[in-house]
Design a protein around this ligand. Structure first.
Ligand code: KMH
Ligand code: ZN
Length: 290
């Protein structure tokens, strides 16, 4: 029997191994509401190690202070990057989105911690009852800083308008450090694009030609819809307790590892083996660090 190459399911972009990003903490859920949320450095490192062993290749990091509240404290961010590098091989991506309450100046300083990658949201969006602010000047500043500091951005697209803004950013400021363009569709945030297959198809169809890889995540109950649609279109997956806190109705996630294991399982059904961190570094074009 001959082995057929993996088909390209509905996508012009090549399909290969599956990048699984874990977003274990986020900035929205409180420790009081969800004690199993990893909020301390010890919990984060333990989570990252288990998620790497389960098949994740990148970790999207939000940190908390001693009271478990979201923080962008520079020394704590640097310490977190160091610890994750020492204890795992994961691509370390720091959130520059922070929480909706973080000032833009503090969000720009995240790059001082020298992560491999940073999130970079391509526009302002309603975010439940709040507003997640990303004015054009901030986007352009953060992007140019990422180029200078050799940090690979992951463009977070919450809406079709954000896709349009990415065209403008690449046109005006060129390619990211490393020459690759990786985006993540963040779907089903209340106030942004819905977590439907139709919306995902529309967003993917509108991506700039420069995009070399994309992933998707669906918030809350859209998580499986979005993951299955992303796999059907040849995309990658982001999973984690930042985005969803239940495995099924009434079944809480006890550890992020469960969400990574489920993503691995879905990927295998689609004949996509989880990507190693080394393969992810090649995909994303991250800087080689000592
Ligand atoms: N916490 C949200 C307001 C990012 O990490 O860049 C923003 C967010 C996106 O999570
Ligand atoms: Zn985030």
């Amino acid at each position: 029997m001959t082995t057929e190459p993996i088909a390209k399911p509905g996508s012009a972009r090549p399909v290969g191994n599956l990048l699984i990003t874990v977003a274990p903490t986020g900035a929205e859920t409180s420790k009081a509401d969800c004690p199993q949320l990893p909020t301390t450095l010890t919990e984060l490192v333990e989570t990252a190690k288990r998620c790497e062993a389960a098949g994740a290749a990148m970790v999207h990091v939000h940190i908390r202070d001693d009271e478990h509240r979201p923080t962008l404290e520079p020394a704590r961010l640097a310490e977190t990057v160091t610890a994750l590098r020492e204890e795992t091989s994961l691509v370390v991506q720091l959130s520059t989105g922070g929480s909706v309450h973080d000032p833009l100046e503090a969000r720009l300083k995240v790059l001082d911690a020298e992560p491999d990658s940073c999130s970079l949201t391509m526009g302002t969006t309603n975010f439940g009852d709040d507003v997640f602010l990303n004015p054009w000047g901030f986007i352009a500043d953060l992007y140019q800083q990422s180029q200078e500091r050799q940090v690979v951005p992951e463009f977070e697209l919450f809406d079709l308008g954000h896709v349009h803004s990415l065209h403008r950013l690449l046109r005006e400021y060129g390619l990211p450090f490393g020459g690759k363009v990786h985006v993540d569709l963040v779907m089903n945030v209340p106030g942004a694009m819905p977590g439907t297959a139709d919306a995902l198809v529309a967003a993917v169809a509108a991506l700039p030609a420069e995009v070399t890889s994309w992933s998707a995540t669906g918030i809350g109950r859209s998580t499986l819809n979005v993951a299955l649609a992303a796999l059907s279109k040849g995309g990658h997956l982001r999973v984690g307790m930042e985005d969803v806190l239940t495995l099924a109705k009434g079944v809480p996630v006890e550890h992020n590892e469960q969400l990574v294991a489920r993503a691995v399982e879905m990927g295998r059904l689609a004949q996509r083996e989880p990507m190693t961190p080394a393969q992810a570094r090649e995909l994303l074009g991250t800087r080689l660090r000592d």
